[in-house]
Ligand binder design. Structure first.
Ligand code: FAD
Length: 544
């Protein structure tokens, strides 16, 4: 499949010379899901994203495919049922990327939930969400709770509940969905920003005008339907309409911090009371632990939602309260990310009370906008809005995504995923987490990356980290439309968050590799590479 940096210009020309059934604005998980749903039904769809794919909220979440436990607290039974079912489908269609993660919920006599209520709540949740038997909740004594996580505060601990969330990598899920759509004939362009709508004689939107930031050129794309899936920018995109009505969104900011696992050597993931009435996650991932999140109203620049020291202090204090023997300080933070929740406005409700449901808005000029929702429900959101779009297009094609395994992620079982990890590690001959990381993120394409690194290696012994990084970068330029090092270290590989030391050490190699591949097509964008990289680094430590 040609989804590389070098085939981007051909795709841009194709986008311009085609009348599409659907243009999707926004390359987050919502837009990605819509692209795949539409294309796999047999419609003709193109997606345009102003930055890189998953650059918005879809690379800045807690990275969990939820079963909907928090909706039970809000008594939203329908939503618990729906996300429970969706979680199973999303797992089945990408077993390497959406994996069960055991979560420990400690219970304290002075905490927000008692033992009995937690036990009952988790039981109802298992039933409503259709949780498989081996993942159903287990209630633990205080002693057993400490066995599972010895770092927990012991005072007032009365027990704990074990249940399962599914961990993922949000940006990788997004790019995998986009790649699957492109494999079926869709076109997806990153760094292409919609600036205006075009209208037919009846005043109905029939296309978009965009600026391609790679070549600094303007283009017009035509379609039967335009879908605005711009997440926190949904209202901004609606402002391009001739007649814009009220805003629909209420944005809240959520931040996460990343620390070295040596600073907080957790045995397993935990879901615990923050210093207020909210709950927080601490999730180990390789050599780091990430902790979050916050939920505060946001009215500042949508393009630069940075954490404040106050946000960071809230997380540090909440963490210290539950893991008192391992105080983390601001200086221990390796990186952070902050995302904006595109929630639907509801009068009189506070940030954490607002529903996480999605909603579709249809304007008189034909624009369909979708906002709200979660990573977890992306497939169902896409199904709903493409159903709506088909009414305009005049088709009644059925949704195909329920059993559509994502490209390169076809595994019959978790055991199959482990087999691939073993095979990849046999080639790498290094620490086993290297192969596991590649398989988790790239599925079967992990083998291609390992073999590419092997070709570059000079002898039979362990493949060097440098060779692996170079191979991974080359793969993403050639097969995942990486256009800058910033695209690679954040959205494609997550290294700036989770493996900072690797890129700090091998930055020159990565820069050179990037330059060699992009120099074949000289563009004004290439001159901005250094500035983009600088911006990426700044963004992860902006609160300091
Ligand atoms: P985005 O990912 O923001 O995508 C919109 C895209 O549109 C952006 O990339 C943007 O650049 C692009 N765009 C904007 N304007 C234009 C334009 N003019 N032209 C072209 N492109 C444009 N959900 C879960 O299920 N599990 C979780 O664990 C979870 N944790 C979360 C934690 C936090 C802190 C937050 C904030 C959210 C969390 N969510 C979670 C929710 C989930 O992340 C979001 O619902 C989801 O990522 C939103 O995706 P989206 O595609 O709608 O928006």
């Amino acid at each position: 499949m040609a989804f590389s940096f070098s085939t981007r210009l051909t795709d841009l020309k194709k986008a311009e010379n085609t009348v599409w059934d659907i243009i999707v604005i926004g390359g987050g998980i919502t837009g990605a899901g819509i692209l795949l749903d539409a294309q796999s039904r047999g419609l003709n769809a193109v997606l345009v994203e102003k930055e890189d794919f998953a650059w918005g909220t879809s690379s800045r979440s807690t990275k969990l495919i939820h079963g909907g436990l928090r909706y039970l607290k809000q008594m939203d039974i329908r939503l618990v049922r729906e996300v429970g079912k969706e979680r199973a489908i999303v797992h089945k269609n990408a077993r390497n990327l959406v994996c069960p993660e055991r979560m420990l919920l400690p219970i304290y006599s002075d905490g927000s939930l008692g033992w009995g209520l937690t036990s009952l709540g988790l039981k109802i949740y298992d039933w409503l969400a259709g949780v498989p038997k081996d993942e159903q909740r287990k209630m633990l004594s205080a002693e057993k709770t400490l066995f599972h996580e010895p770092l927990l505060k012991k005072d007032n601990l009365t027990g704990g509940g074990l249940y399962y969330e599914y961990r993922t990598d949000d940006a990788r899920l997004t790019i995998s969905v986009i790649k699957t759509a492109c494999q079926q004939g869709a076109v997806a362009l990153n760094h292409a920003e919609v600036k205006e709508f075009t209208y037919n004689d009846e005043g109905i939107i029939d296309g978009v005008k965009l600026t391609d930031h790679i070549h600094a050129t303007d283009h017009t794309l035509r379609s039967k339907v335009v879908i605005n899936a711009a997440g926190p920018w949904v209202d901004n995109v609606r402002s391009f309409q001739k007649n814009t009505s009220n805003s629909h969104l209420f944005l809240t900011k959520g931040i996460h911090i990343v620390v070295d696992r040596e600073k907080l050597p957790l045995k397993q993931s935990a879901y615990f009371d923050a210093v207020d009435q909210r709950m927080m996650f601490a999730i180990p991932r390789g050599n780091i632990v990430y902790i979050g999140t916050t939920d505060t109203p946001y009215n500042d620049d949508v393009n630069q939602p940075y954490p404040t020291q106050k946000d960071v202090d809230y997380i540090l204090q909440s963490t210290l309260r539950i893991f008192p023997d391992y105080p983390i300080e601001t200086k221990d933070i390796q990186s952070t990310w902050s995302g904006l929740r595109p929630l639907i406005q509801q009068k009189g409700k506070g940030p954490s009370e607002l529903s996480r449901r999605d909603e579709i808005f249809e304007s008189k000029d034909g624009l369909l906008s979708i906002a709200g929702g979660k990573l977890t429900g992306y497939r169902k959101m896409a199904e709903r809005i493409v159903n709506r779009a088909q009414r305009v297009i005049g088709h009644r094609l059925a949704c195909q995504t329920k059993n559509l395994v994502l490209y390169g992620q076809d595994f019959d079982s978790t055991k199959d995923v482990r087999h691939l990890c073993d095979s990849v590690n046999t080639i790498i001959k290094g620490p086993s987490f290297l192969g596991e990381r590649l398989v988790h993120l790239y599925g079967h394409f992990a083998m291609e990356i390992a073999e590419r690194a092997q070709e570059q290696a000079t002898n039979e012994s362990e493949i060097s980290l440098a060779a692996l990084l170079q191979a991974e970068l080359e793969y993403t330029i050639e097969h995942e439309r990486v256009c800058s090092l910033s695209d690679f270290i954040i959205q494609r590989s997550g290294m700036l968050y989770f493996n900072r030391a690797w890129i700090d050490k091998h930055q020159e190699l990565l820069k050179n590799t990037m330059a060699i591949h992009t120099q074949e097509i000289p563009t004004p964008f290439n001159d901005a590479q250094e500035a983009l990289l600088e911006k990426a680094y700044q963004s992860v430590l902006a609160f300091r």
